[in-house]
Write a protein that binds this ligand. Structure first.
Ligand code: SF4
Ligand code: SF4
Length: 137
């Protein structure tokens, strides 16, 4: 999902393709952490004009929430965050499995979990087969 994405904020996807690799995508029968068969790393989506609506409408949290600081940019942080109702889902690039435990992300995730908990929400981190619920700080 490379620019020319129209962004909600002033941010753009650049050369990031994490959302084409990290999540499971049922309509393509794509498992998590395997690139979509249409993804061309460094270039973008091979079927960009005809990509399905799920791709067309998707923005990760960094692209849609200007309150998320710049250092959470997926291409830089190796983390992709998205909301699923009350769940804040954090997908960690398995090539950088410990990045979420390092700063500024560890503190950031704790703060995120604390804020989410005030409205019944929670934060879940997925690293390969490992699933971790972040306790509210
Ligand atoms: S993970 Fe976010 S920044 Fe990266 S391509 Fe997807 S929407 Fe764009
Ligand atoms: S179809 Fe294109 S935009 Fe959608 S996941 Fe595959 S490569 Fe990414």
């Amino acid at each position: 999902m490379i620019a020319p994405h129209k962004t909600i904020t002033a941010r753009s996807c650049g050369t990031c393709t994490l959302c084409c690799r990290l999540p499971e995508i049922e309509e393509f029968d794509k498992p998590a952490n395997i690139p979509c068969r249409h993804c061309m790393p460094g270039t973008g989506c091979a079927i960009y004009a005809d990509r399905p609506s799920g791709c067309r409408d998707f923005f990760c949290l960094w692209m849609s929430d200007p309150d998320l600081p710049d250092e959470w940019e997926p291409a830089q942080s190796n983390l992709m965050i998205c909301r699923h109702g009350q769940q804040m889902t954090v997908l960690v690039d398995p090539e950088h499995p410990d990045v979420w435990k390092a700063e500024p992300y560890a503190s950031g995730l704790n703060a995120m979990a604390k804020k989410a908990a005030t409205s019944g929400g929670y934060v879940i981190v997925f690293v390969g087969d490992e699933i971790v619920k972040i306790p509210p700080a």
